[in-house]
Design a protein. Sequence first.
Length: 195
Amino acid sequence: MEIFDALDVIARTRGKVDMDHTPAKDCLFLLWGTLGAVFFGLEFVLWQFFHAEWCLWLWIGIPLIGIPWMMFLLRKDHDRFHMRTRGARLILDYWIFAAAFFGISGCVFGICGVYELFTLPLIGLLMGIGSFLTGEVLRFRPMIMCGLAGVAIGMGSFLLMGDRWIWQTLAVAGIAVVSMIIPTFFFQKRGKDGI
C-alpha cells in the first residue's frame, strides 16, 4: 500500500511541476516576439517597397494586440501571482519598463520626427538585454546566448543611420526572432523533455 501512496505523491508532484510550467511563462515571449517580428517586418516591407509613410505607426498595433492577450494569459496564472521570487519580480519589472519605454519613446520620437535615429536600436537592445537577463534568472543557456545575439544585432543596427535607417526595422524584427521566439521553442522543448 505504501508503494501506491508513494507513486500517487510522485504523480501529484509531477502534475504540479507541469502546472507551474504553463501557460503564461512559455507564451509571453512567443507572443511579444511574434508581434514584434510581424509588425516591424511588415513596416520594413511597406516602407521599402511601397513607400507608405503611414506604416511608420504600425508598431502601435503591438501593444493594442499584445496587452489584451497578455492579460488573458496572465489571468490563467492568477493563482500563482503571489508566489513570485525576487528574481522573477525583477525580470517582470524590467519587461514593464521596456514596454513603457517602447510605447512612450515611439510616440514622442515619432511626433518629433526623430523616430529613425536611435529609437529602433534601443528597442532592439532592450529586447536582447531582457532575454539575456531572463535567461540568467532561469539559468537557461540557450536564452542567454540568444539574448547576447540580440544585443549584438541591436548594437550593429546603430550603424544603419541616414538613408539606411529603414533597415533598423528589419534588424528589430530579427532581434525579436532571435532573442524571443527561438528561445521559447528551446524552453518548451526542455519542458517536454522534463529537463
